[in-house]
Design a binder for this molecule. Structure first.
Ligand SMILES: C[S@@+](CC[C@H](N)C(=O)[O-])C[C@H]1O[C@@H](n2cnc3c(N)ncnc32)[C@H](O)[C@@H]1O
Length: 275
């Protein structure tokens, strides 16, 4: 069995963090975590597989992206490219973008192993290195959006690179989970903080006092508002049910919690720019 270094001690805080600070923390954090992440979750994700979250709902079941054959598709926060490889297998022209070089190295490794290649670039959701009107579909499966401070900029960037009538879909931790400790057991069932408190979750490396990980929270209202501000027409909001026979624990996701509360939200929207 593969062994991973014990995580360095961190202090958890809630405090405002800038976009630059979020990026400086989360890139290296995903670089450090990537090997363990892929070893732990790679099989569940599938090398050429598209799941929207820990419940295991697949895009083949959800069908939120529509027909992908011949479409230009961008995955933001693509990690090791599993979803984009599935898109490629459906005939789409997928491109991945991720903040972590180590995640992209895993993507290349799996490309070589499967023979399904996804061109991928290092970058951030808030400054997409693509021309205007480049894509028919942009999506993220738990990628990037809850890690950026400037959500408005990330959504504006998505609108910029999408063609009119293009599709935008993304999954995130269900906003209601913010109220609960991120614990798969009983403690994760008792609300302990306000749903409306958007102060980011921050981990600080104890030894250096440097911010080492950041997560941002938005309410359901915030998500609907940001989409509408950037000319996206919301078409579906999915809250995948926890399957009866699914016992897998992934971070704070578990059967115990999943049978009682939603863990994932998937938004699907169409880009309808106002003239
Ligand atoms: C939970 S993983 C999801 C990746 C993939 N969909 C999966 O299921 O494995 C989140 C990914 O978002 C990336 N990420 C975090 N912040 C980002 C940003 N600002 N821009 C682009 N990617 C980012 C991380 O490097 C990581 O690979």
């Amino acid at each position: 069995m593969e062994e991973f270094a014990a995580p360095a001690p961190v202090r958890v805080e809630r405090r405002p963090v800038s976009e630059q600070e979020s990026r400086r923390a989360n890139g290296p954090d995903w670089d450090r975590y990537a090997d363990e992440y892929q070893a732990t979750h790679g099989r569940f994700l599938g090398d050429v597989g598209f799941v929207w979250g820990p419940e295991g709902l697949t895009e083949a079941e959800a069908g939120v992206l529509g027909d992908l054959a011949g479409r230009d598709v961008l995955e933001v926060g693509s990690g090791a490219g599993q979803c984009s490889r599935w898109v490629t297998a459906q005939g789409g022209r997928a491109v991945g973008l991720d903040l972590s070089m180590r995640q992209l190295q895993h993507s290349r490794r799996i490309d070589d192993a499967t023979g399904v290649h996804v061109p991928s670039v290092l970058g951030t959701a808030t400054a997409l290195p693509f021309r205007d009107d480049s894509f028919d579909v942009v999506f993220s499966s738990f990628g990037a959006l809850q890690f950026v401070a400037d959500l408005d900029v990330a959504v504006a960037e998505t609108a910029r690179v999408l063609r009119p009538d293009g599709r935008y879909a993304f999954s995130i931790t269900h906003p209601t989970r913010w109220m609960f400790p991120d614990d798969p057991g009983e403690p994760g069932l008792t609300a302990s903080q306000s749903y409306w408190d958007r102060t980011p979750y921050v981990e600080v490396a104890d030894a250096s006092d440097v911010v080492s990980y950041v997560e941002h929270h938005r309410t359901l209202e915030d998500w609907v508002d940001v989409l509408s501000r950037h000319d996206f027409a919301l078409q579906r909001l999915l809250e995948p049910r926890w399957p009866d026979d699914h016992e897998r624990v992934w971070g704070g996701w578990s059967a115990l919690r999943g049978r009682l509360t939603p863990g994932t939200a998937i938004f699907a929207a169409a880009y309808r720019p106002r003239p």
